[in-house]
Design a protein around this ligand. Structure first.
Ligand code: ZN
Length: 578
């Protein structure tokens, strides 16, 4: 960390986490906390909580937890310093300049950003120069407007093998950072630009900073499209092309398509909602990213076999993340660019209106896998639909609605389909011997840490520090079995404030989340009368002690040792403090 603790604390104090989170997540007050749908995992019931008193968030579903800085880091995919700077700006805190980014990782990210920015400017200049003729000619052939070229920052990488490298050297960048940027190949014979003779598409993050490039070869070279490799900055699975623009559209949906050219063409035709995966298959993280903004995604993939396959994959990911998918039919054209050029904007809007529910589209596609005029083929087809209905929809009402819609569309008897679904459901229940949970997806993650007893006790102590003196009197660190529990208890004993203890694990995600849960978890039994409290605390202490003694009894081998243990056990068995 390159800012002092004081200034970090000041930013934290001047930021209200409820205000901050409220800008991204719809929150509702419930008791002393606020609840909303978790932005970090797919869910239908709100298990994401924000505590104004403790200034932290905690998700009871996926366990993500943290303070305001952590929230922004996770949500906007920022580093600690970047998040801090953004919050400082919001809170009108002036950060000291000289402490900024002076070494290490943070500095490297910053330098790679700078190289990318310079490279983007360099490519833009080249496109407008004599050398860039072939690039501009290609843009003209694809009917890209001058506005689009500027808006997306398109550029051109020339035919020389090291012009960008020479340019960056002239700006004073060192080989070591240039190597980390992913834009160059360092070989024995010399250093070469990775991109040459290509039309360049800068890839930007949510903050319009260039984090990588895609390049389309001019002419017939291979590969047709080349992307920057992953770097400290550029994680392909966590970014989407043009999301920095489309997130600002006024619509409440995205159009997901296959390539850079599709996206640019759609934007040019008046569909600023278009985004594309970055030369990889659509990923879960990308779905998470989209979900932060909208819950409806139009799928606009090529009409060929590869496009359909990619579409199916995307549908299952959207479903996993509880995003609604609709499939746009582009036939008889191959891709959105072709469609728009031939049919225009209104025709495309019409196709969007007619876009098919993703599940019904999948069922329709399944037809092609079976020979339907053969009764055996028909049977298999229906069975596969039943299986799909059973696995995709756990909610009985939702399943029935879909079953009816499928039956109507495919002209099948709903009862027959229902029969097949029921048959399958019974088989599953028999083979497992129990009914499956109503919604497997939202089943809470099993937390294995120390014994639940130790967790609960620590949770009580973290939230009610007036109990500490009593705990101190009877319980030692060594009474805890779990190492982490020992550590935390030790810190509590030394008088460290619970909030500060939590903060001290900021860089150890797993521990942080566990601790946040204890610090923030419901103490449902803490509305007690005075003597009930006393009993509860006595229970914890007694059980901790007994747990330790039982462990010792299992180890001790001599009679004398055992009898000591038994005496000890008798003493604690009836323990009540005070
Ligand atoms: Zn969650």
């Amino acid at each position: 960390m390159y800012y002092g603790e004081d200034i970090v604390e000041e930013v934290r104090q001047k930021t209200d986490i409820v205000d901050l989170v409220g800008q991204y997540v719809k929150l509702k007050k419930k008791g002393s906390s606020y609840f909303g749908l978790c932005p970090f995992h797919g869910e239908k019931t709100a298990s994401f909580s924000v505590s104004p008193g403790k200034q932290i968030f905690y998700c009871f579903g996926c366990g993500k937890a943290g303070d305001s800085i952590r929230f922004l880091m996770e949500y906007e995919n920022l580093s600690f310093v970047e998040a801090l700077e953004e919050l400082a700006e919001r809170a009108n805190v002036t950060l000291p300049k000289e402490e900024k980014r002076d070494k290490g990782e943070e500095d490297l990210r910053y330098k790679i950003l700078e190289i990318n920015k310079q490279a983007a400017l360099f490519y833009v200049k080249q496109l407008r120069s004599e050398k860039g003729k072939s690039g501009l000619a290609y843009c003209a052939k694809r009917k890209l407007s001058g506005e689009s070229i500027t808006h997306f920052g398109l550029g051109y990488a020339g035919k020389e093998r090291d012009s960008l490298y020479q340019y960056c050297k002239s700006l004073g960048f060192k080989d070591q950072v240039l190597q980390e940027s992913g834009l160059f190949s360092f070989k024995e014979a010399g250093v070469y630009d990775k991109f040459f003779n290509r039309l360049m598409f800068p890839i930007m993050d949510l903050h319009n900073r260039v984090i990588g490039f895609g390049g389309r070869v001019m002419g017939d070279g291979e590969p047709k499209y080349l992307n920057s490799p992953e770097t400290k900055l550029f994680d392909k699975s966590r970014n989407l092309f043009a999301l920095n623009f489309s997130r600002k559209s006024r619509s409440d949906f995205f159009i997901l398509c296959e390539g850079y050219m599709d996206v640019i063409s759609l934007h040019q035709w008046g569909f600023p909602e278009a985004v594309a995966a970055l030369g990889t298959a659509f990923t879960e993280q990308q779905a998470d990213l989209m979900k932060r903004f909208h819950s409806l995604v139009y799928l606009c993939f090529d009409s060929d076999g590869a496009g359909k396959k990619a579409c199916k994959r995307a549908i299952s990911i959207l479903r996993e993340k509880n995003l609604e998918g609709k499939v746009i039919n582009l036939l008889p054209y191959k891709d959105p660019d072709e469609f728009l050029k031939a049919e225009g904007k209104e025709a495309f809007e019409k196709r969007m209106e007619e876009a098919k529910n993703a599940f019904l589209w999948e069922v329709e596609e399944k037809k092609n896998e079976f020979v339907l005029h053969d009764p055996a083929g028909m049977q298999k087809y229906m069975e596969s639909i039943a299986e799909l209905l059973r696995t995709v929809f756990s909610d009985p009402v939702e399943r029935e609605n879909y079953l009816k819609a499928v039956a109507r569309e495919q002209m099948l008897k709903a009862e027959n389909l229902q029969h097949l679904v029921d048959q399958r459901e019974e088989k599953i229940q028999l083979s497992f011997g129990f009914k499956k949970a109503t919604d497997g997806k939202e089943k809470k993650r099993e937390e294995k840490w120390n014994s639940p007893l130790e967790e609960e006790f620590l949770s009580v102590l973290m939230q009610r520090n007036e109990f500490l003196p009593i705990a101190r009197k009877y319980v030692e660190e060594e009474d805890f079995q779990g190492d982490f529990a020992k550590e935390v208890y030790g810190k509590l004993l030394s008088g460290t404030d619970a909030k500060l203890i939590l903060d001290s694990y900021r860089n150890e995600e797993e521990k942080y989340q566990k601790l946040a849960k204890l610090y923030h978890g419901d103490l449902y039994h803490m509305d007690l009368e005075r003597d009930e409290e006393k009993k509860l605390l006595s229970d914890y202490i007694r059980q901790l002690k007994l747990q330790k003694i039982e462990a010792k009894i299992r180890e001790v081998t001599d009679a004398e040792g055992l009898s000591l243990c038994f005496k000890e056990r008798d003493k604690w068995e009836h323990f009540v403090f005070g």
